[in-house]
Design a protein around this ligand. Sequence first.
Ligand code: C2E
Ligand code: CA
Ligand code: CA
Ligand code: CA
Length: 277
Amino acid sequence: AKALGRNTYSFFTKEMNIVIQRRLAIEAQLRGALDRHELELYYQPQFEIRKNSIIGAEALLRWNHPTLGNIPPDEFIPIAEHSGLIVPIGQYVIEQALRFLSKWQLSDQKSYTMAVNLSPRQLRDTELLNLIKNTLADVNISFGSLELEITEGVLMNGQSYINEALIEINALGIKLSMDDFGTGYSSLSYLRQYPFDILKIDRSFINGITLNKSDCDLVKATIAMSHSLGLTVVAEGVETKEQLTLLSDLGCDFVQGYYFSKPIPAKQLLDFSAALL
Ligand code: C2E
Ligand code: CA
Ligand code: CA
Ligand code: CA
């Protein structure tokens, strides 16, 4: 039993070591990633379902490291959040995304929107709202063109500074979006408590809508409820024509997903959207 115990222990630590080593390597490399210009924003266009036209885009961060390769945001964002690096990285994201939005709006002469993801730590940063206000003024973009996406994780601990930040965001006319709706436990009560404008139905529900009735019923009910609360509904992860048709029948407002376009670099989005004008 002793030998087995020891084996189990050493196996466990070996596995743990690999995970911890990778995490440490990512954190160490992430510290210099901004300065080395390894972080780049990609943009995924969002479409108005009925008119089939682009209404805006979501900014999604990409990290291409010279030796580690492409590290997915699902892996490095939590590390950035934990280490506090998300604050400077998030500032970079906001500045880049709004600068691009300004260029895009001018180029197409359309009042496109830009959705930016925020993690919990960023809302604790007292400089965040100043940076947003200054950048919007700098690039001459109206407050209503910016959407901030948060998940219910941001709201979970109910800190008062979060509430205050969300109230100020709302008062400025910046749009507030609930991301990954349906994946948490308390999304519904948060919708009532905080000034949301937009609800994004999580990809995991959109996946199943044409396959099983319960997913379809859930999405249908979510859209109806959102509209009765005055919220705009975005379906994320739309991959097929069948999903799109069904979402249109269910009265969904906006869609984004691989069916239309993956997240793409700025230059590519400019070409893509100009071709649809
Ligand atoms: P998210 O905000 O839920 O973003 C949607 C994710 O779904 C993106 O993954 C997007 O590329 C992917 N996606 C979009 N359409 C489809 C589709 O039709 N099919 C499939 N299978 N996937 C689709 P991505 O870019 O890997 O980002 C993952 C997550 O990382 C994001 O989830 C967000 O939570 C986080 N993230 C990305 N960029 C940022 C950022 O700048 N700041 C913060 N705080 N988080 C970010
Ligand atoms: Ca998002
Ligand atoms: Ca999402
Ligand atoms: Ca997500």
